[in-house]
Design a protein around this ligand. Structure first.
Ligand code: PLP
Length: 385
């Protein structure tokens, strides 16, 4: 069982980083639930010394995700936020970062309420407009931080064009690829330098683990991130790494169904008289539909829509029976959330309005159930409006 160069994506998902356990032949990498490793003699060990520094299950998780994203190496973290925080510690006090303006609420909170106190500076722009990125770059700008599609408005950034613009000024490009997953888009292939994942979402895919990963392509980033992971210590545990490894084996088949179900529901909602507006990159009405077709493989599992008023949104959310009201996304079960009071509650109201998150907006994370059952549930809840 060895992966040949040029193996295709689904084969990589199932096999990359995983070899049968050398002591037993177990086909699945075990959960190495250990904090330390016995050394043969002073100065002689098997490459494993202490659990924060190395763990075989985490190592398999990292090799698997690095291969999926076509990176040189990946590093596992305790959560998506820990992964983002590790990337920001590549920077020095006084450095400036240009950020997608409606980035994940937790990212905005980390940047504004934690990292600003360490003299990092952030400017938020509409990164779907390359001219806005270029205009925001200063002599101290060291990083462009992109999220595409964005949460929850599903706006896209052209990763290739944005990377070209940033690189012309020597600016490193980091992409939070959580919403798309590497099945749908691979930012390193499009010119980005670093990829961040909350593995909590599509990579794990079963709503039973919290974790994060950073994928790097350049040797200097690989070396520094390895150091940071051990020095700061926000590592993913072996049990969570194992759950994600189980999840990534089925990522391609899950994503195909997420994509297909989401497109059906987006079209259904767009044609429904009680729905004011639908945001989905797969609809011809999406302003960046052409970019979505170029940059993405399928259009992802998230569908956002507006209902006309907060009252109507509340009626819908409380009327759903199969679809669960919950934060998070990317699991096999369909979830719905209310960004203004849930994921984006930490974003000030005036800023929420500016980045296009009205109070009547709801976001579906479309699961892999039978799509007719999802549509029927939405239909009965919309009937109550
Ligand atoms: C969930 C999420 C994060 C944060 O990940 P955690 O695992 O919850 O820490 C970051 N970015 C995006 C786009 C997310 O959806």
């Amino acid at each position: 069982m060895r992966l040949r160069d040029g193996a295709r994506f689904s084969t990589i998902c199932i096999h990359a980083g995983q070899v049968p356990d050398p002591s037993t032949g177990a086909i699945i990498t075990p959960i190495y639930q250990t904090s330390t490793y016995v050394q043969d003699a002073l100065g002689q060990h098997k490459g494993y010394e202490y659990g924060r520094t190395q763990n075989p299950t985490r190592g398999a998780f990292e090799a698997n995700i690095a291969a999926m994203e076509h990176g040189t190496a990946a590093f596992g973290f305790a959560s998506g936020m820990a992964a983002t925080n590790a990337v920001m510690t590549l920077l020095d006090a006084g450095d400036h970062v240009v950020v997608t303006d409606n980035t994940y609420g937790g990212t905005y909170r980390l940047f504004e309420q934690v990292l600003r106190r360490f003299q990092l500076e952030f400017t938020y722009v509409d990164t779907s407009r390359i001219d806005e990125i270029t205009a925001a770059i200063r002599p101290t700008t060291r990083m462009l931080f992109i999220e595409t599609p964005t949460n929850p408005t599903l706006q896209l950034t052209d990763i290739s064009a944005a990377s070209d613009a940033a690189h012309r000024s020597g600016v490193v490009v980091a992409v939070d690829n959580t919403f798309a997953s590497p099945y749908v888009q691979r930012p390193l292939d499009l010119g980005a330098d670093l990829v961040i994942h909350s593995t909590t979402k599509f990579l794990n895919g079963h709503s039973d683990s919290v974790g994060g990963a950073v994928v790097a392509r350049h040797a200097d980033h690989v070396e520094r991130l390895r150091f940071i992971q051990n020095a700061a210590g926000a590592i993913i545990g072996p049990m969570d790494a194992w759950l994600v490894l189980r999840g990534t084996k089925t990522l391609p088949v899950r994503m195909e169904r997420h994509n297909a179900n989401a497109l059906v529901l987006a079209e259904y909602l767009a044609s429904h008289p009680k729905v004011a507006r639908v945001h989905y990159p797969g609809l011809a009405s999406h302003p960046q539909h052409d970019l979505a077709r170029r940059q993405m493989r399928g259009f992802g599992g998230l569908v956002t829509f507006e209902l006309g008023s907060l009252d109507r949104a509340r009626t819908l959310l409380n009327g759903l029976q199969l679809v669960a009201l919950a934060e998070s996304l990317g699991g096999v079960e369909t979830l719905i959330s209310h960004p203004a009071t849930m994921t984006h509650a930490s974003v000030p109201p005036d800023r929420r309005v500016r980045i296009g998150i009205p109070d009547d907006m709801v976001r579906l994370s479309v699961g892999i159930e039978d799509v007719e059952d999802l549509r029927d549930d939405l239909a009965q809840a919309l009937d109550r409006l």
